[in-house]
Ligand binder design. Structure first.
Ligand code: FAD
Length: 448
């Protein structure tokens, strides 16, 4: 049942999950992985904690090194090799050996594109100055770490208040920097509703972040090629280190000039089995589209959770299986210092765009019984369809023990449950874990 030689482009979450699954199912199949960086199977998600010094060594973020893939799994991983072209007619990829600065063509019978996403880096004056970083691969995290070690910056500016911006604000505060964060939106975390995001902004300000919303980046000033300040439409702020957290875009350039189609936000179009529009060519992870379980349409969500699942499903199908990736709800979780943040499903803004009529409840409760040591605030927002009470979305902002409660809401959405169904759930309770009514149920009660 082997379909011949498999070539994988990209050696992180999606690519190596798929390659490993194929190897488990097809011990004799030839598998070649091209990775343009130095590392494979790394946890990009851990980079803010490595930069902050909470993770002592970047190696701890690597789940499996290229040599282990080669020796233990017989997967021919070639790092510092960038795929620069795909010829779908002759079934070959053109590869640049970065170390030797040479190129060659490699044949494939099946191809998996797992090239991830890259930080958006708009063409602002001065953006290429030293000291300005976007985070994507492990190497980018190591570069930031080394820059801080060498230059000991004291003033940092973060552009963008999404989860990477927020996590980096925490990391740089931990390193005793003065941290300024700009966002052009009127709120941080634009995937959440403003009422919930305002709670995050308030806590960030209380924790010492100079937070400026509704401010557009204008340019960067540099001296001798190194960034010295950031200019917005409203002010100039000194900067010895800049982190760009302005969102990401799919790495889909390899499809240019090929019949491989792209779709939402330029991500590679795939069917539910993760095959592209060209049979025998598959795509998985941040470079590929997903299906939104509530909107019932194609979407693009760049998250490690999705990339790992995509990789597994692609691996199963590449090795003769028959599995569909059902889709995503847009679930995400992060934290800023002690404040936990999570969201799933549709926000009010998305619902207004989709025209679905909805009702919301936003409650403040406690993470544990009020009298139990460590009990703290939790805010839960629940959104349900107006006429039938079906849960459409949820957002949580609160202290220890808050954010993972979002998983109850994701489960409810996936199962098509109503607010009443959540109220009826036999959820667990003891004082160290929850009030007797779990805060998610308290929010649900307001919707019935
Ligand atoms: P990537 O991890 O981007 O891997 C793609 C690989 O392909 C890269 O190694 C790249 O070098 C290589 N490549 C690209 N083009 C080529 C080419 N032409 N030839 C050869 N190789 C190529 N997600 C979460 O779910 N939770 C989190 O908490 C979280 N935190 C994050 C924090 C940070 C700072 C960052 C940057 C990301 C975070 N993510 C998080 C997102 C998560 O890391 C990504 O969704 C995930 O890594 C995507 O996996 P992937 O395999 O699709 O792509």
């Amino acid at each position: 049942m082997s379909k011949g030689k498999l070539v994988v482009v990209g050696g992180d979450a999606a690519g190596m999950s798929a390659a490993s699954k194929v190897r488990r199912e097809q011990p004799d199949r030839e598998i070649v992985v091209f990775e343009r960086g130095n590392h494979t199977s790394y946890a990009a998600c851990g980079m803010p904690y490595f930069i902050a010094g909470q993770v002592s060594d970047s190696d701890q973020l690597i789940a499996r090194k290229p040599a282990v893939f080669r020796e233990k799994q017989n997967i021919d991983v070639r790092t510092r090799h960038e795929v620069i072209n795909i010829d779908v007619d002759s079934k070959k990829v053109e590869v640049r050996n970065i170390k030797e600065d040479s190129t060659f063509w490699e044949s494939y019978d099946e191809l998996l594109i797992a090239t991830g996403a890259s930080p958006i880096r708009p063409d602002f004056e001065g953006i290429d100055s030293d000291g300005i970083f976007g985070l994507s691969t492990l190497q980018t995290g190591i570069d930031v770490f080394k820059y801080i070690e060498k230059h000991s910056p004291k003033k940092a500016v973060i552009v963008g208040g999404g989860y990477i911006g927020i996590e980096m604000a925490e990391a740089l505060l931990d390193l005793d920097m003065e941290v300024t964060l700009f966002d052009m939106a009127p709120q941080v975390m634009t995937t959440m509703d403003k009422d919930m995001a305002d709670l995050i902004a308030e806590y960030m300000r209380e924790s010492g972040v100079n937070l400026f919303l509704n401010e557009k980046l204008d340019s960067f000033e540099a001296k001798n090629g190194t960034v010295t300040s950031v200019l917005t439409d409203q002010r100039e702020v000194e900067a010895e280190l800049v982190i760009l957290g302005m969102g990401v875009k799919p790495n889909a350039a390899l499809t240019d000039g090929t019949p491989i189609e792209t779709g939402v936000k330029g991500a590679i179009k795939v069917d539910k089995k993760l095959q592209t529009s060209v049979p025998g060519i598959w795509a998985a992870g941040d470079c590929a589209e997903s299906y939104h379980l509530i909107k019932k349409e194609k979407t693009w969500i760049a998250l490690g959770t999705v990339a790992n699942k995509h990789g597994l499903v692609a691996g199963i199908n590449l090795s003769g299986g028959d599995l569909e990736f059902p889709g995503v709800c847009g679930t995400a979780i992060t934290k800023f210092k002690d404040l936990e943040i999570s969201r799933t499903g549709l926000s009010e803004k998305e619902l207004e765009e989709s025209g679905i009529k909805y009702k919301t409840a936003m409650i403040e409760s406690r993470t544990r019984s009020g009298y139990y040591p460590g009990s703290d605030k939790i805010n839960v927002k629940l959104i349900a369809e107006e006429n039938n009470g079906k849960i459409l979305g949820g957002q949580i902002v609160g202290f220890a023990g808050s954010a993972k409660r979002i998983d109850t809401i994701v489960t409810a959405i996936t199962a098509g449950m109503t607010a009443q169904n959540i109220v009826d759930l036999d959820l667990s309770y003891a004082p160290p874990f929850s009030p007797v009514w779990d805060p998610v149920q308290t929010a649900a009660r307001r919707l019935v």
